[in-house]
Design a protein around this ligand. Structure first.
Ligand SMILES: C[S@@+](CC[C@H](N)C(=O)[O-])C[C@H]1O[C@@H](n2cnc3c(N)ncnc32)[C@H](O)[C@@H]1O
Ligand code: SF4
Length: 384
């Protein structure tokens, strides 16, 4: 049996309202009503559990226990805490969850209270990731977030009180109208909070979102790459001063706070993908579920595969994915699998200050600070 670790991603496709920048596969209650589906947060866990059982039945000889679980969204915390715990129990019953497994849920700061968090912790969750985004009210307004900044710090304090081992916050930077002072004040708040992990993403204007429409109408300026690069530098400086280290281009942690589940993605390990639109990767095959909750529910209810399609990865696909994912990790991309041309590009990139020369001499492509800012371009060059 494969040496690869087995993770589980559970998608929860509900949000109380849609943030203007977000194009994730998520729906508000009124959108679902309009689509005439029977899917709702109240009954969602039952179908997730049915899909877990169906998935198990397809792989009876796989003896691996689950090494990490990530419940993401959408807003998983729109489900009751008991419902989230019942999903973890089902994974344990069907596959077995390894004793040291990391079990994460994403959460919006305004959808939890202390008792809710205690139920999650007692039910096996070890890690929680709050979408804070910014401490500036005007930035949160532009992003159309529903929470006030103070909510995050209260939720983090509760999470620690009830015994969560790992707590993370997500930040968005480079929002038009965000000043350097806004970002620094957000980072000062993070420094005061008891978190061991931060993910920071530059604001992407995704086609089809309200944000994209407002940018197109000229109501909001387009985020600038130069501003984003300057903001990334500020983030890296502040988080480093808090004792955190980058371990992936957009992720920093205290020692031991790295997200095991996401490392599984970046190292191309195996994972189950449960829920509408969820992606799975098992033994060199990628598959993805039908996207709409109603279509997914009817497949699950009928005992059919909820997969929309799949793709068997060949050696070239795997090599390209390895470059795209592993180059972003501080542990680096092993040079052993690279073509002659890519090796030549890596040497040039080192002379340009994008890769660490000492690591290169030891057979690894490791991004420098400048390389982190230009990682996407370097991936394209190594692919060519
Ligand atoms: C899809 S959300 C799910 C978690 C939760 N609903 C929340 O909003 O915090 C996960 C993260 O994706 C990031 N994200 C989503 N859309 C983005 C965009 N267009 N640009 C940058 N970051 C984005 C946000 O930082 C968010 O915290
Ligand atoms: S709460 Fe999260 S998933 Fe929902 S719309 Fe906002 S960013 Fe997207």
């Amino acid at each position: 049996m494969s040496e690869r670790t087995l993770g589980a991603y559970i998608h929860v496709p509900f949000c109380s309202s849609r943030c203007g920048y977000c194009d994730f596969n998520t729906y508000t209650a009124s959108e679902l009503q309009r689509d005439g589906t029977t899917v709702s947060a109240a009954t969602y866990a039952e179908r997730v559990i049915a899909e877990i059982a169906w998935t198990r039945a397809q792989m009876p000889d796989d003896a691996r226990q689950i090494h990490s679980v990530f419940v993401g969204g959408g807003t998983p915390t729109l489900l009751s805490a008991e419902a989230l715990v019942s999903i973890i129990k089902a994974l344990d019953t069907e596959f077995g969850i390894a004793p040291e497994a990391e079990i994460t849920t994403e959460a919006n700061p305004d959808s939890v209270d202390r008792e809710y968090l205690a139920t999650l912790r007692d039910g096996g969750f070890t890690r929680i990731s709050f979408g804070h985004q910014s401490s500036s009210t005007h930035v949160l307004q532009l992003l159309e977030r529903t929470h006030t900044p103070g909510k995050t710090w209260q939720a983090i304090a509760w999470a620690r009180e009830v015994g969560f081992e790992h707590v993370s916050v997500d930040l968005i930077y480079g929002t038009p109208g965000e000043s350097e002072e806004d970002l620094i004040s957000t980072l000062q708040d993070v420094a005061k909070a008891d978190v061991d992990h931060v993910s920071a993403y530059s604001l992407i204007v995704e086609p089809g979102t309200r944000l994209a429409a407002r940018v197109a109408r000229g109501e909001i300026a387009s985020p600038s790459d130069d501003v984003a690069a300057g903001r990334y530098e500020i983030i890296d400086e502040h988080l480093t001063a808090m004792g955190m280290t980058w371990y992936e281009v957009s992720n920093w942690s205290l020692p031991g706070g790295e997200c095991k589940h996401n490392i599984g993605y970046w190292r191309n390990q195996d994972w189950l993908g449960i829920g509408p639109g969820a992606h799975a990767h098992l033994q060199g095959t990628r598959s993805w579920n039908v996207k709409h909750p109603a279509a997914w529910a009817s497949k699950v209810d009928g005992g059919e595969s909820p997969a929309a399609d799949y793709e068997v990865l060949d050696a070239e696909d795997i090599a390209r994915e390895d470059i795209m994912l592993r180059l972003r990790l501080r542990e680096g991309l092993p040079l052993a699998g690279l073509t002659e041309d890519a090796l030549g590009e890596a040497q040039v990139a080192a002379t340009e200050g994008l890769l660490e020369p000492e690591a290169l001499a030891q057979g690894l492509a490791v991004l420098t600070f400048k390389g982190r800012l230009l990682a996407d371009g370097l991936v394209a060059r190594l692919w060519a």
